[in-house]
Write a protein that binds this ligand. Structure first.
Ligand SMILES: Nc1nc2c(ncn2[C@@H]2O[C@H](COP(=O)(O)OP(=O)(O)OP(=O)(O)O)[C@@H](O)[C@H]2O)c(=O)[nH]1
Ligand SMILES: [Mg+2]
Length: 309
């Protein structure tokens, strides 16, 4: 006699995380993955490229697409970043529109809403993040109404990417959106970026933490060498590119102090991410006006193969 099958069909699919800069998209991906795969910082425009967070659960595989914050671009790099985000909205099974519930809707939230309104298919879930900062129920409800007024969504969820609140509810909503299907990626795989690319982002994350004003935004990091040496760990040589000579001095600091601080913080994060010992060597170079230079953008990895003409 055949046993009646009581197993629920496995589901799998893509979910894009979009929103204006700094609302906590990458923090949420790291938290859902229970592992740091993406750079985060208190400054806007930390994420510059799409990155997958592949979450393999017992009943579903959710492939999150973390995206750069949608903003008004001031240079070619910004245009690339927005393009990355908008591309991520194509061919997904669901969209999480992340907003900062502790702030009133911002002009950039309206920009995101306008893009969402222009889309046809996938369902959008409004996720109000940072509710750890919004103490009263009345304030939370007010925030939800304010965001729903700029773009109506059927489902909303209150979250904290920092303390984990609401994340189970979000996962349940997302799983319900996914079609039945086999895992799309090997269940051991957690992201689509190479460790060396994540390492470059983590060096930039450290720089974003220590540098002030416009300097951190004008940085790019390229890993020149990433060598595994068995049990003794990984040797990484990376170059920090700045746009001006004056910035080079700031990044290096008096007696090399600043670069040392950035290097130490980045090394700790890369060790955490890769689970192995890391030796990190940093240098600083000037690449004049790289954020507007197509060739430099290509060299630094801010171009998608499929976007090349
Ligand atoms: N209090 C609080 N802070 C949060 C929460 N989620 C994220 N943050 C903070 O918000 C800041 C921005 O977080 P990111 O994850 O880098 O934001 P993002 O949306 O990925 O930003 P971009 O990559 O620049 O678009 C960081 O300082 C986070 O620690 C949250 O739920 N509560
Ligand atoms: Mg981010």
């Amino acid at each position: 006699m055949e046993m009646p099958s009581s197993t629920v069909a496995y589901r799998s699919g893509f979910v894009a995380l979009v929103g204006r800069p700094n609302v906590g998209k990458s923090t949420l991906v790291n938290s859902l993955m229970r592992q740091k795969i993406a750079a985060v910082s208190p400054r806007p425009q930390t994420t510059r490229r799409r990155q997958l967070g592949i979450l393999s659960l017992e009943q579903a595989q959710i492939v999150f697409v973390d995206t750069p914050g949608i903003h008004r671009p001031l240079h070619k790099l910004g245009e690339f970043m927005n393009q990355e985000s908008l591309k991520a909205l194509e061919h997904v099974d669901g969209i999480v529109w992340l907003v900062d519930a502790s702030q009133p809707p911002h002009e950039e939230d309206r920009l995101v809403a306008a893009h969402l309104a222009a889309l046809k298919a996938p369902p959008v879930i409004l996720a109000l993040n940072k509710i750890d900062l919004v103490k009263s129920e009345a304030e939370r409800a007010k925030s939800r109404e304010a965001f729903l007024a700029i773009f109506p969504c059927v489902n909303t969820v209150m979250l904290s990417a920092l303390d984990g609140r609401g994340q189970g509810e979000l996962l349940d909503l997302l799983i319900a959106l996914l079609p039945p299907g086999e895992p799309l990626y090997d269940t051991e795989q957690i992201t689509d970026l190479y460790e060396r690319d994540i390492a470059a982002d983590l060096v930039r994350e450290a720089a974003l933490e220590y540098l002030r004003e416009e300097v951190p935004y004008s940085l790019a990091v390229r890993v020149d060498e990433y060598t595994e040496r068995g049990d003794s760990g990984a040797f990484i040589h990376a170059t920090i590119f700045v746009e001006r000579d004056s910035h080079k001095g700031i990044v290096i600091g008096r007696g090399g102090e600043m670069l040392k601080k950035i290097g130490a913080a980045a090394r700790r994060q890369i060790e955490l991410m890769s689970g192995r010992k890391v030796f990190l060597e940093l240098k600083v170079k000037v690449s004049k006006n790289w954020r507007n230079d197509p060739q430099a953008l290509r060299f630094l990895g801010y171009v998608r193969e499929e976007n090349r003409k």
